[in-house]
Design a protein around this ligand. Structure first.
Ligand code: HEC
Length: 130
């Protein structure tokens, strides 16, 4: 009884090893993008509130909203935000989206103060669609 069970287990082990060997995949292709880091981190010339908003945007929003971070731009994960976003939606709705978030976006009402959200919107108002 035990011998039979051992044989079954050994056979299973051999089969499992074989199937592992077959499913080994080729190594993925690594694509490197060279960024000019000095250029990427250089602060834009902006008024104080928009500059503060730019810093917040880089820290909190750019990972989803900035085309630089998007390998598949323009099919990016989140819409590109410009001053047209603010003028199309209106400042109140933009503020509300930022505070509350959505199914795919975190809300910032417990992270950013109302003044900081204002700074982010001041920054967005300096971004042209180009
Ligand atoms: C985790 C990714 C993520 C982060 C981080 C994020 N967002 Fe979003 N945001 C989205 C997505 C996705 C949408 C599109 C709406 C949707 O699908 O829910 C969106 C929509 C918006 C919109 C509405 C745009 C429109 O045209 O309707 C605004 C405004 C916005 N985000 C601002 C911000 C700001 C400001 C921050 C940083 C404080 C931020 N988001 C951080 C993912 C993100």
């Amino acid at each position: 009884m035990h011998v039979a069970l051992s044989l079954v287990l050994i056979a299973f082990g051999v089969l499992a090893q074989d199937s592992l060997r077959e499913t080994r995949v080729s190594s993925p292709e690594i694509v490197r993008t060279e960024y000019d880091m000095a250029e990427v981190v250089k602060p834009p010339a902006l008024p104080a509130d928009a500059l503060a908003g730019w810093k917040l945007f880089v820290q909190r929003c750019a990972i989803c909203h900035d085309p630089l971070g998007q390998p598949s731009y323009p099919e990016s994960f989140a819409p590109i935000l410009t001053r047209e976003t603010v003028s199309n939606l209106g400042e109140d709705r933009v503020r509300n989206v930022i505070m509350v978030g959505s199914a795919r976006m975190p809300g910032w009402q417990y992270t950013l103060s109302p003044e900081q959200v204002g700074e982010v919107i001041a920054y967005l108002n300096t971004v042209t669609p180009e």
